[in-house]
Design a protein around this ligand. Structure first.
Ligand SMILES: [Mn+2]
Length: 447
């Protein structure tokens, strides 16, 4: 079982991150906003999670916060947060408040956020000496309008300079480069998220029996994530039995499982803002059928071969092309496809059975920030030590697919999380078995 507390974890150094970020944006000004609470119905809210970029730079978890970064100004880092409010705090919980935010968050200046104008004045002042603005347009329309209005006001304040409006750049360009390489503290959190999630998957293998509903397994996964210290899910759990496994982002989780079904689980817990992303596909009654075994082994071979390939200098595209090569060859062996492998690949004949990518960056967001290419799409970026990603090939034979009848209704995906090391890669989610005999043994243990 994973440890319950984390005294040995390295501390996340928010101040160092801000230093790097402020250095990167030069004479620019950057604004990060957390979204307001989202109403579910009436006065009930959806669970709140801080914007990943704002958390990455500040460690602050409350809603309606604004971080203002202006390296050229006296106040390089300013935070605007909920004001203290005794009544609100009694109903909704503790608020740090602007006064304490200064010391706790290490801000040069602070002020109340919505519905105050403290941010507006600070922003205009900062823009007067800035050469560009880093702000992500298109996420929150109200904030977009507010920022554009403030830019117009700042421009008027400058008088008749003849200069054009400040260019608005996406801060993800800068944050993406910072976040795509994980620090030791981040890798520790990803490893812990991986271990908690691996335990949850192991438990699911033990308890799943014919006659149970998918949602019962979904509930057991959540119990294991949360019970071992994960704050929340990294994404909605996919618990897809039988033909549901062929629906890539299946969400209903309400089918009753039968003897002879496979169960595909794609689920991960989020630990201190870092998520795991694991998929396993196992037999509901403990034994794979021959047809299921054929498909499963094909995907497993592809997955292990891709993991072997992952090391500094390789690219996500090379991994994906390798997965396609192995899977196409397997589809030929399984008599799903006919003809020379090279031409099957060229004509994308594999695509109905393998329609998704082989991996993605993993971090604070399950599909994490960061470019997959260098400057143009034809130049994929090379792996470097500290990059974290998933390896997740699959094969899907929907009921209406053109596959031989014995494969119809079978969907298999196997996914692990890896970190690139100087000499290769390390699998962070290896404690959940994937070899056929090991999976069958675990499925047969009393749950
Ligand atoms: Mn994934």
């Amino acid at each position: 079982m994973p440890r319950m507390s984390s005294p040995q974890d390295s501390k996340v150094d928010f101040a160092q991150r801000r230093k790097t970020f402020l250095n990167e944006i030069g004479k620019g000004v950057a604004v990060f906003c957390s979204l307001p609470e989202f109403i579910r119905n009436n006065d009930v809210h959806y669970a709140y999670r801080q914007n990943s970029n704002l958390f990455y730079l500040t460690g602050f978890k409350e809603s309606d916060a604004i971080g203002l970064f202006a390296p050229e100004s006296d106040n390089a880092f300013q935070m605007f947060v909920h004001p203290k409010d005794k009544t609100k705090e009694m109903w909704e919980g503790f608020r740090l408040g602007p006064e304490r935010a200064k010391a706790v968050l290490g801000a040069n200046a602070t002020g109340p956020s919505i519905p105050d104008t403290a941010f507006d004045e600070a922003f205009i002042a900062a823009m007067l000496t800035a050469d560009k603005l880093y702000y992500r347009l298109g996420v929150e329309p109200n904030m977009d309008r507010r920022i554009l209005g403030l830019l117009a006001r700042a421009m008027r304040k400058l008088g008749r300079t003849g200069r054009p409006l400040w260019p608005i750049l996406d801060p993800d360009e800068v944050l993406g480069e910072m976040r795509v390489i994980k620090s030791k503290a981040e890798i520790e959190r990803l490893a812990r998220a991986g271990e908690i999630s691996a335990q949850a998957h192991q438990n699911a293998m033990r308890i799943t029996k014919p006659g149970m509903y998918e949602f019962q397994i979904e509930a057991a996964l959540f119990h294991a994530f949360r019970g071992n210290g994960a704050e929340r899910l990294g994404y909605e759990s996919i618990v897809a039995s039988g033909p549901n496994a062929c629906v890539l982002h299946y969400r209903e989780n309400d089918r009753r499982m039968a003897d002879g079904d496979l169960l595909l689980i794609d689920a991960g817990g989020e630990y201190e803002f870092y998520t795991a992303d694991i998929t396993r596909t196992f037999p509901v009654s403990g034994r794979y059928t021959d047809a299921q075994k054929d498909v499963y082994q094909a995907v497993l071979d592809a997955q292990k071969s891709c993991i072997k390939l992952a090391r500094p200098g390789k690219t996500m595209r090379e991994i994906h092309e390798h997965a396609i090569e192995v899977l196409t060859e397997k589809l030929r062996e399984l008599k799903v496809l006919k003809g020379p492998t090279a031409s099957l690949i060229k004509k994308k004949e594999f695509h109905p059975y393998y329609p998704h990518g082989t991996g993605h960056w993993l971090g604070m967001d399950v599909h994490d920030i960061g470019r997959y290419y260098q400057d143009t799409y034809d130049r994929p970026r090379k792996f470097q030590p500290g990059m974290c990603l998933t390896i997740e090939p699959g094969l899907y034979f929907g009921l209406d697919s053109k596959a031989p009848a014995r494969f119809k209704g079978i969907g298999v995906r196997i996914e692990d999380d890896i970190v690139i090391t100087p000499t290769g890669c390390k699998v962070l989610t290896s404690s959940v078995p994937k070899e056929i005999e090991e999976v069958e043994a675990l499925c047969s243990e009393a749950g």
